[in-house]
Design a protein around this ligand. Structure first.
Ligand code: S3P
Length: 169
């Protein structure tokens, strides 16, 4: 089984993915870390030096590689992964893949991301909280139709990690 955690930036995919993998005695893979390892540079440098399109193509390639070769793994993907190319179709078509959308409200995400922008190239140019809110609100409007196709949806606002893991299990 491959369990894929999807959701917007800062929805806790990596932290929860690690905890879930431990509980299930599965391996944990974070797609951004995998890309950084394969490409030999941080995501923000890939965006800066090679551009977003290069990153999106690499993201699709590595997602497919992992789905084709791994098993008994929890995979957390980037916030944009389900929303480009046919990535969400691939995630839904493979029978041993189950996807979970960790759904957070706009205010929850703004709250979390206002102090976590620096590693995230798509947000680093935003200066005020209002700008961040406007950007994330529009982004969620565009991306939610992809996220909403996941097999399962878990609302994460005001829940502890323990509660979310229990629901995932
Ligand atoms: C992105 C999310 C990031 C990373 C890249 C692009 C996005 O991952 O893949 O900066 O398009 O939402 P996280 O969701 O882990 O921050």
């Amino acid at each position: 089984m491959i369990i894929i955690l999807i959701g917007y930036m800062a929805s806790g995919k990596s932290t929860l993915g690690k905890l879930l993998a431990k509980k299930l005695h599965y391996k944990f893979i974070d797609l951004d870390d995998y890309i950084e390892h394969e490409e030999g540079m941080p995501v923000k440098d890939i965006f800066k030096k090679k551009g977003e399109l290069y990153f999106r193509k690499a993201e699709t390639t590595y997602l497919n590689n992992i789905i084709n070769k791994e098993n008994d793994v929890v995979l957390s993907v980037g916030g944009g992964t389900p929303c480009y190319g046919n990535n969400m179709d691939v995630i839904l078509q493979v029978s041993h893949v189950k996807s979970f959308y960790l759904k957070a409200s706009l205010s929850h995400l703004v709250d979390r991301l206002k102090t976590k922008k620096s590693k995230r190239p798509l947000l680093s140019h935003l200066k005020t909280e209002d700008e961040l809110k406007e950007f994330i609100g529009k982004h969620l409007f565009e991306r939610s139709p992809y996220y909403d196709r996941a097999n399962y949806k878990i609302l994460i606002d005001n829940k502890s990690k323990k509660e979310i893991i229990k629901e995932l299990l």
